[in-house]
Design a protein around this ligand. Sequence first.
Ligand code: HPA
Ligand SMILES: [Zn+2]
Length: 340
Amino acid sequence: MTDLAHFVSGLPKAELHLHIEGSLEPEQMFELARRNRIAIPFASVEELRGAYSFSRLQDFLDIYYQGADVLRTEEDFHDLALAYFRRAAADSVVHAEIFFDPQTHTDRGIPFQVVADGLLAGMLEAERDLGVTSRLILCFLRHLDEDAAFETLAAAEPWLDRIAAVGLDSSEVGHPPSKFRRVFDRAGEMGLLRVAHAGEEGPPAYVHEALDLLHIDRLDHGNRALEDAALTTRLARSGMTLTVCPLSNLKLCVVEDIDAHPIERMLRLGLRATVNSDDPAYFGGYVNDNYRALIPAGRLDAHDFATLARNSFLGSFLDDVAVTRHLDTIDAYVAAAAIA
Ligand code: HPA
Ligand SMILES: [Zn+2]
């Protein structure tokens, strides 16, 4: 590994855009299929990995929802979460805010309780054994209707003290944020923070809607906001955090070439960009793979990478004391690395 890759890998960081169902590795999928006596339509791990070739978001979503079918019990969700946290800890992640898609599971008869309690048990264990803190974000599937989102929010009520925020994911184009305005209003009244995927494939207008109608506290992806100069300025001035996912953008053809990824432009425009893995089992890497993928273009130096890591804490839902403590850790790490 180069010095810069080594520096980046050891940087203390938070991950803010991670779909826990997207961390289901093919090996674990086969293992859970065996444990739950479920047939999966692939002969081997290699054949399954070979199917991970996408030209747009929907290609990925079709296989991602199919893969989630092996998750059946609390233990499955616990094991899924813990496997992610082990990999995250190995990448110097000390805090993670993870998405889950309850409707993917409740729609196939798995109770909300099984999903939530399994994930929460994994999160507690990760904090105790790995020292990785975490928060849970409940995502609504935007290809489903508003009533279904309201039902999901109602099902979550007993867990609201353990859920930090609501989010919005799945097929973006044709399902604008405005469709979920009322359910996001309700979530806000219930004391939940709000995030949404916008501007991944959808136009800048969807980012405007996420800001003005959903009152988001954080923007997931946001790439296409760059097409609108006034919107970019607004995001920069308001200190909005963007959870950017370079390898996901490459695999879903949001960018043509990783060396042309706009992350450097985002930083220079004053946007609070962060680096995240999105669905690491499907897109070829965990968070450090995403950071390191940005090195060869040669436009980011060690200071920029430290900024990206600082942004991950500044944009997190941790309290100010914890954020300050993490920023101090980064400062000490940078000082010890004695970068120019
Ligand atoms: O990148 C994504 N975009 C939208 N929905 C998703 N669900 C999992 N990953 C994604
Ligand atoms: Zn995502």
